[in-house]
Design a protein around this ligand. Structure first.
Ligand SMILES: Cc1ncc(COP(=O)(O)O)c(C=O)c1O
Length: 369
């Protein structure tokens, strides 16, 4: 079993390597002061230090359910299962459904691909186009698959955001089948201009909707969740208990204390959206200027720019770049083509974005000699 390229890179890069590799948020935007205040309040409650319920901290579940209701997606606290990151949510679902056939986007999230392999799932890869997964191939695969794994909002790695029509079409096709949807949505709040409705909203009894506070609050909290009909979450609880009994009550209580001030959280989301939009524009403009041969589409949200250096083997290329102190992820790691690359644009500061792209330029010319 191959480890994640990105997690290995994170371990081996030195502090002066410029990393466009991991899906890391901009650390300067963590609401550190407010989280410290929330921590103080949370830790003062003696009961928080005790073992807790398997499905999650009740006030946090109620708050997450309310977030869905506010979006017009009726949800009760009973339909929320808190997990240790959305990564664990996906793992739990796949352990329960191990060995079944699953439709996946190509390319797709590396951490998910590893879960599918570990659970002996039979993958049906369907290509993405600019509107989402290719419908004709999806229609064929649906007949042979029990599950579908999609990341419709600013997909990792491609940055694709499914159009409204595409979402409706997929909901219709799934609704007419017995295939369950796993909709992974860690980036859905990171839109630059307007939000999209989740596909799960049209399939409330036939979907697992995965959410996470990693990209919008802090990944160190390790809080994610599964939103699904009770008939779907009930059999998952035994798996959650087998894995870790429950997600840390301490981080759940901290998140709750921070999130209960909804105005504060909404302002934070606004700050993230505008800061990330600015960073994406900066990264894209610098790419056009420094590396004009890189072909890509500007994303409308999320954390990634995906594209290609036509004909360049990016797996060999990244090794050269690492020597020059800059790193990104080759598209082949996600099941993409050999000349594709994923850049994360949120983590590095503006001067480091420029410096990193200049280092890549140096390697590109050398590589083509
Ligand atoms: C599509 C996708 N799903 C899940 C995760 C895992 O996130 P979490 O920190 O909530 O476990 C990531 C992290 O990068 C991701 O990109």
């Amino acid at each position: 079993m191959k480890r994640s390229f990105i997690r290995e890179i994170l371990e081996h890069t030195s502090s002066d390597t410029i990393s466009f590799a991991g899906g890391l948020p901009d650390a300067s935007l963590f609401p550190t002061i407010e989280l410290q205040q929330a921590t103080q309040t949370a830790l003062a409650d003696n009961s928080i230090w005790q073992y807790s319920t398997s499905t999650g901290y009740a006030p946090l579940k109620a708050l997450i359910a309310q977030m869905y209701c506010d979006k017009g997606f009726p949800t009760t606290a009973e339909e929320i299962l808190i997990t240790s990151g959305s990564q664990q949510g996906l793992d739990i679902i796949c352990r329960y459904h191990s060995g079944v056939s699953i439709i996946i986007e190509s390319p797709s999230y590396l951490g998910a691909l590893n879960i599918f392999k570990l659970n002996n799932m039979n993958e049906h890869s369907v290509s993405l186009n600019s509107k989402g997964i290719e419908i004709e191939a999806f229609k064929t695969s649906i007949k042979e698959s029990q599950l579908t794994y999609l990341i419709p909002d600013f997909q990792n790695p491609s940055g694709t955001c499914y159009s409204k029509e595409h979402r409706e079409e997929i909901a219709k096709l799934l609704g007419a089948s017995d295939t369950l949807l796993i909709e992974d949505s860690p980036y859905s709040e990171l839109y630059f201009d307007k939000p999209q409705q989740s596909i799960s909203q049209a399939l409330p009894k036939q979907s697992y909707h995965l959410g996470s506070f990693s990209k919008v609050l802090s990944p160190a909290l390790r809080i994610g969740w599964i939103r699904a009909d009770k008939s779907l979450t009930s059999p998952l609880i035994a798996y959650k208990e087998a894995m870790d009994l429950h997600t840390s009550s301490i981080t759940q209580a901290i998140a709750y204390e921070y999130l209960k001030d909804t105005e504060q959280f909404n302002e934070h989301l606004e700050t993230l959206r505008s800061a990330y939009k600015e960073k994406m524009l900066y990264f894209a403009n610098a790419l056009d200027e420094i590396l004009p041969s890189f072909e890509y589409t500007r994303p409308k949200g999320g954390m990634f720019i995906y594209g290609k250096f036509e004909g360049v083997d990016t797996m060999l290329f990244v090794e050269k770049c690492l020597e020059k102190g800059v790193v990104f992820v080759p598209g082949s790691e996600f099941g993409g083509k050999a000349d594709e690359i994923r850049f994360n644009f949120t983590h590095s500061s503006l001067p480091l974005i420029r410096e990193g792209l200049k280092r890549i330029k140096l390697c590109l010319y050398k590589g083509l000699e």
